[in-house]
Design a protein around this ligand. Structure first.
Ligand code: GLY
Length: 373
């Protein structure tokens, strides 16, 4: 990827972070109008607040500017009460929102919060079913509780439980959580279903379904992307038991993504190409491919080049300004699709799309080791 384009894209992300810091409003940025840049916020961080804090940690690490570090710590502390929330999605909050500060900046406040969040995840573990269930406070509007699993409950819990294994004796729980979600959600062909009900006594699969995809047999884009990134996080931490399924899931993405590298919201929407893209799913996939590239020598070139192609397509076609006549605020990653089923934020900037684009850009820039984040 051209170095000038890369540097310019990073500068644009930083400009957007500054504009978000300056924007009035309380709560964590969740999704924004892609024309005005105005954020819709979540008061307590929902499942997404950690991505905003993660962007601040990345900005602090990249620029070395104390103001980003100060802001990151302030926002991370606001996540503290969520350590006890009954939602597996708190893994997102405490990996991206707190552990990144410990890992990249050796921040003690962040480390303590990260440990508290990981303990909170362990409290939710079901030893019979051998996984952390979705939980009754999880974001999804229906089918949440102690007998439901979501593939999006992997990134966050998996690296947190591995990272804190020595302190919290959580390595086997991380492995079991991952093994069970693979059994419940990954299909034989390497495509991924978002959600499953399981028998709470045995963990056996009862049914597969989706909260956000077009239908239960379809492949919702972020289901595939979340599986890719969590498997990559496990491999990056030496869990090579998951190598084959990680390759299968990543190769499925590459074989099914559009020729122009930016996925639509669901791979099986019959309206493609006249339907929504999901730039956030593409950004997650790019970050995952960069992680996989470092620990799979036989796939290194293919995954690295594919990630670069996705990132380049995102910054040239979807990051504002996209051309000289574009007067929108700078640095918005447009065309994320949050929830097409409910008609919410279908062509918007999404805070997690911003985060994964920023992470991938910093990895491509060459200083950030993808296996640290
Ligand atoms: N719940 C995670 C997602 O919507 O991607």
């Amino acid at each position: 990827m051209d170095n000038k384009i890369l540097k310019r894209a990073i500068d644009r992300v930083l400009t957007r972070i500054d504009a978000t810091l300056d924007q009035p409003g309380q709560g964590f940025p969740h999704y924004a109008d892609q024309t005005t840049g105005e954020w819709t916020r979540s008061p307590a961080g929902d499942w997404t607040g950690g991505f905003w804090v993660g962007m601040l940690w990345l900005a602090a690490w990249h620029t070395k500017e104390p103001r980003y570090h100060d802001q990151a710590r302030i926002w991370a502390e606001r996540l503290g009460p969520r350590a006890s929330s009954q939602s597996a999605f708190k893994g997102f909050l405490f990996w991206y929102g707190t552990e990144l500060g410990a890992e990249l900046l050796n921040d003690e406040t962040a480390r303590n919060l990260s440990l508290a969040g990981t303990r909170g995840l362990l409290d939710m573990y079901n030893p019979q079913a051998q996984l952390i269930p979705l939980g009754k406070e999880a974001e999804e509007a229906s089918d949440v509780g102690s007998n439901e699993a979501n593939i999006d409950a992997l990134p966050g819990p998996v690296p947190l439980l591995i990272k804190h294994a020595a302190a919290l004796d959580s390595l086997e729980i991380a492995r079991n959580h991952l093994r069970q979600h693979i059994a419940l959600c990954v299909r034989d062909d390497g495509s991924v279903c978002q959600s499953a009900s399981f028998d709470p006594q045995t963990g056996a699969l009862l049914r597969r379904y989706t909260h956000k995809g077009i239908h239960g047999e379809s492949t919702w884009t972020r289901a595939q992307a979340w599986a890719m990134v969590s498997l990559a996080q496990a491999l990056n931490r030496g869990e090579m038991e998951f190598r084959d399924v990680a390759i299968q899931v990543a190769d499925w993405w590459l074989e099914h993504q559009p020729k122009d590298h930016v996925a639509y919201w669901d791979f099986d929407d019959p309206a493609i190409p006249d339907t929504s893209r999901d730039t956030s799913g593409a950004a997650i996939a790019a970050a995952a491919l960069l992680k996989l590239a470092v620990c799979l020598p036989e796939r290194r070139e293919r995954y690295r080049q594919s990630a670069e192609a996705i990132v380049e397509a995102l910054v040239l076609r979807y990051q504002t300004p996209v051309d000289a006549s574009d007067s929108r605020p700078v640095g918005i990653l447009t065309h994320g699709c949050f929830n097409r089923k409910l008609g919410v934020a279908m062509e918007n900037e999404l805070i997690w799309g911003d985060y994964f684009l920023f992470e991938a850009l910093l990895v491509l820039d060459g200083r950030l080791a993808s296996e640290r984040v």
